[in-house]
Design a protein. Sequence first.
Length: 308
Amino acid sequence: MASFSTRAPRFGRNAVTVGVVVLVALGGVVVATRASSSFNADAGNAIQLQGRYTARSGCAAGGSAGWKDSGPGAKWGSYTDRQGATQHHAEGLAPETRSGAACGKPAAGNGSNGNAGATPAPSASPGLEILGNTCKGSKLAAHDGFQAGNRCVSTEFGEVGDFDKNPTLLITGAPRRVRVNTMFTLKVSTRNIIRDRFLAAAKGGYYKESSFLNADGLVRGHFHTACRMLASTTEAPASDPPPAFFVATEDGKGSATPDTVTIAVAGMPTTGTAQCAAWAGDGSHRIPMMASVQAIPAMDTVEFTVTR
């Protein structure tokens, strides 16, 4: 049984937690779900249910090493919840959705470096010496829209909103303590992001589209939620293990007025310290740009204890 708080306790070292998480979608509208008849979402809120994931190796089906669902009754697929929201569970955690290049196979090129037809990049501002602002001259292969490292992304950044219209996000409800393999919920509030845009990475949509604003100057996209167990609370974790839980929320809602979405997590697999994070993404999964370098990006994290 979970001990719930409207805001999980913060530790000094985590007063500001900054992370970049790269997670990719399965084809189309991608979801792996595990429903529970005993759980009811708050009225008007979207609900996402998700199994846990464990590592698996191999490059079957032309893909690279990925992860499979280990939660009982979970399945890959797509669905729309009771509120009509499209849910994208465990996007990109299956090997057949990953770029073949991650298995030692060359990625498809596009010109000499995948930049054919790209809009000429602006010159550097006077007095600044930059390393570059295009992939021209890069020794890395062109990024092809699928999740793979050691690539050069030529997609332009796109549109960024005005200062008062930049997206923000806050985890407003999380447990202080939860038992292992026990469902719990998170509450995530967003402002200034329209949750109506999600490109499937399995179809080449990852980092492939520039950011775009709607008619009101708000970024179009979605937000992600993920949870993992921390091996240590005194040093940064490794970046490659998959999270124990992940879901992307595209429910067609969101505006300049903050609203809250309830995320249901199927449970954490082991005892120890767990960390859950939520972060906004534009249509192609990047954390949305901000008008000022001082602005905190639309993301948040919480930590809590998992017990027997």
